[in-house]
Design a protein. Structure first.
Length: 326
């Protein structure tokens, strides 16, 4: 069986396969399988429900579970790493590779789950993510900024890329001249593609969004002159400098809007409506003709989480300012 026989697996160049994890909707949440000289690594995993797809993709590539050397989590948000522990139980030789600030949460996920319940609620977490399994500490490899490790001789370099989360790193694959970006390089859904190509928007999910750090992380990756980015949401995108322009422009506009709003009970709705207006302007410039109702539908989850994340950042900023004045 070849990977092309699996509808949720798309082989791309340089031994990389993008796997649709099935989370939320089709072509929304990706994991990646990198194959090099008969050895393999996964980058991000989706949730527990995604694990059968990842194992099927591995089998379709002609590899046994014992051939996987690494499971790499770009960060520990559950749509990226919720399935890590369960997947690791199927991969006898794999190490989990994770940012040092994220490692404790995948070894002992109780605080991670508590944070998810605070955002989504108990019932939604139980329905969507199930029981997240911890990874034995001896199987966890913590990265350092600039660290390079080899997958069967293929170098993979890790950059500390805060902004979306402080426990986020991105992975530079010199072979394909691309970064596995997690959420640092934003979201790019195929429904928004036009004759100009892909379109991207920022993600400011709770609870560690920091706009200046995010911009610095994006600019640091751009300095590598990447030919492509491998996004978790969703897939491989090229023409990176052009794509960075709407991403950073929208980031600045979202932050400016948030700073201008009063801190009252209408702020959340104002953030959500304002963000949609920002995205609609950007999409119009991109040549998209999707009506606002369809854009709201496609971005419903992201828009809600972005508003929550910006609010957390605003509140933290307010608290720091009050402390400085005291």
């Amino acid at each position: 069986m070849t990977s092309t026989s699996l509808p949720f697996v798309q082989p791309i160049a340089h031994g990389i396969r993008v796997i649709d994890t099935g989370f939320h909707r089709d072509v929304f949440d990706a994991a990646y399988l990198i194959v090099e000289n008969g050895r393999a690594a996964f980058v991000d995993t989706g949730t527990n429900d995604s694990v059968p797809r990842l194992l099927a993709a591995l089998e379709a590539a002609g590899l046994a579970p014992a051939a996987v050397d690494f499971v790499i989590a770009t960060h520990v948000h559950l749509d990226h790493a919720g399935g890590v522990g369960l997947l690791m139980t199927h991969l006898p030789n794999a190490q989990l590779v994770v940012h040092p600030q994220g490692a404790p949460h995948l070894i002992e996920p109780s605080r991670l789950m508590a944070g998810a319940r605070a955002v989504y609620g108990d019932e939604e977490v139980a329905r969507t993510y199930g029981d997240v399994i911890g990874v034995p500490a001896e199987r966890v490899l913590r990265t350092d900024d600039g660290m390079t490790m080899a997958l069967a001789g293929r170098p993979l370099q890790f950059l500390d890329t805060p902004g979306h989360a402080r426990h986020h790193h991105c992975i530079w694959d010199a072979r394909s001249r691309g970064f596995f970006t997690g959420d640092t390089f934003g979201l790019s859904y195929r429904e928004f593609d036009t004759a100009q190509g892909a379109w991207a928007m920022p993600t400011t999910t709770p609870v560690q969004f920091e706009p200046e750090a995010l911009r610095n992380s994006i600019e640091r990756m751009l300095a590598y002159a990447p030919e492509c980015m491998y996004l978790t949401h969703y897939g491989r995108v090229a023409d990176v400098p052009r794509l960075a322009n709407p991403l950073l422009t929208q980031l600045d506009a979202m932050v400016a809007l948030a700073l201008a709003l009063p801190d009252d009970d209408k702020r959340h709705t104002a953030l959500m409506d304002g963000f949609i207006a920002i995205h609609m302007r950007s999409l119009s410039e991109h040549g998209s003709t999707l009506p606002e109702a369809r854009v709201r539908e496609l971005l419903a989850l992201d828009n809600e989480l972005n508003a929550q994340g910006i609010a957390v950042w605003l509140n933290r900023k307010k608290t720091r300012s009050a402390g400085a004045r005291a």
